[in-house]
Design a protein around this ligand. Structure first.
Ligand SMILES: [Ca+2]
Length: 289
């Protein structure tokens, strides 16, 4: 069974919807060729990010040719301070069609873990016209006793299905009804097991409990689509060891406890799914005692 994905667009007001008719806007540097018939929008109109490796902020860039001439356009992105962007250029051919045809592209925004919380911004520019997006860097979430040590930490997997995101299983959202908004990991090797999903902890920590949320929604119940068999492993002094085994699962949420173990990373070794097709994890959490 293939589970369709819906396009994810963050809801938000369209920012600076019209950079149109710029010939009427005085500019010391403008020239006739700088006249813009390209409408630019960035959604959401402001962004919050946090310095966790698997917790990027995401923006959607859109350009629309509102004029009557086919043209090519370059949208350039300029970050300030510590902001790191997955792209700084979005170029596209923009045919003049009626109705107007928007062209969109995503950009991920990250900051290093040690970034000071505060206010930053990035600027999107087309035809010398700018749209500014405020970016707030939030404090890191606590990672002490009782906190989810896996939240937002670097995930790696044996494979990831092209319709899903690697970091979806450590994004803090464990609601299977949000599966279509990429809040989960789905491996990319159909009907082939095992698959692995690892999360590297920020610093080695004692772990004695893992909470695994596999796909279990009204449309895709766990007994049909969830993870069935897996081993829980922790990496200690560079070596993976199995600390628990789960077999024949049909539940959406499984708590696994084991002897406190010093862990650098946590792994789910996926051995089978209830549809024998894919491994699906909506959220993986790790806790110490
Ligand atoms: Ca999730």
């Amino acid at each position: 069974m293939r589970i369709p994905r819906q396009t994810v667009l963050a809801a938000g007001a369209v920012l600076a919807a019209a950079l149109i008719g710029s010939s009427s806007m005085p500019s010391a540097t403008s020239e006739p060729s700088a006249t813009s018939d390209v409408a630019v929008s960035v959604t959401p109109e402001r962004l919050n990010v946090v310095g966790l490796p698997c917790f990027p902020g995401s923006l959607n860039l859109t350009m629309t040719n509102t004029g009557t001439m086919d043209r090519y356009a370059d949208l350039t992105l300029e970050p300030t301070g510590p902001l790191q962007l997955s792209r700084t250029l979005f170029s596209s051919w923009l045919p003049a069609v009626d109705p107007d045809q928007p062209v969109s592209a995503p950009v991920e925004v990250r900051v290093p873990r040690d970034t000071a919380p505060g206010s930053y911004q990035l600027t999107a520019e087309v035809d010398r016209k700018q749209v500014t997006v405020p970016v707030t860097v939030d404090p890191l979430p606590p990672k002490g006793p009782g906190d989810n040590l896996a939240l937002g930490e670097q995930a790696t997997a044996s494979s990831t299905h092209g319709n899903f995101t690697l970091c979806g299983a450590v994004d803090g959202d464990k609601d299977s009804e949000h599966w279509d908004t990429l809040t989960g990991w789905n491996d990319g090797t159909r009907a082939a097991f095992p698959d692995t999903y690892d999360v590297a902890l920020a610093t080695p920590a004692t772990v004695n409990r893992v909470e695994l949320y596999t796909l279990d929604s009204a449309r895709y119940p766990a007994r049909l689509n969830g993870l069935r068999d897996w081993d829980v492993q922790v990496k200690s002094a560079g070596t993976w060891q199995t600390v628990a085994q789960v077999r024949g699962n049909t539940a959406g949420h499984v708590t696994t406890t084991f002897a406190p173990t010093q862990a650098e990373a946590v792994r789910i070794l996926c051995l089978d799914g209830n549809d024998h097709t894919y491994s699906r994890i909506v959220e993986l959490e790790a806790y110490g005692s």
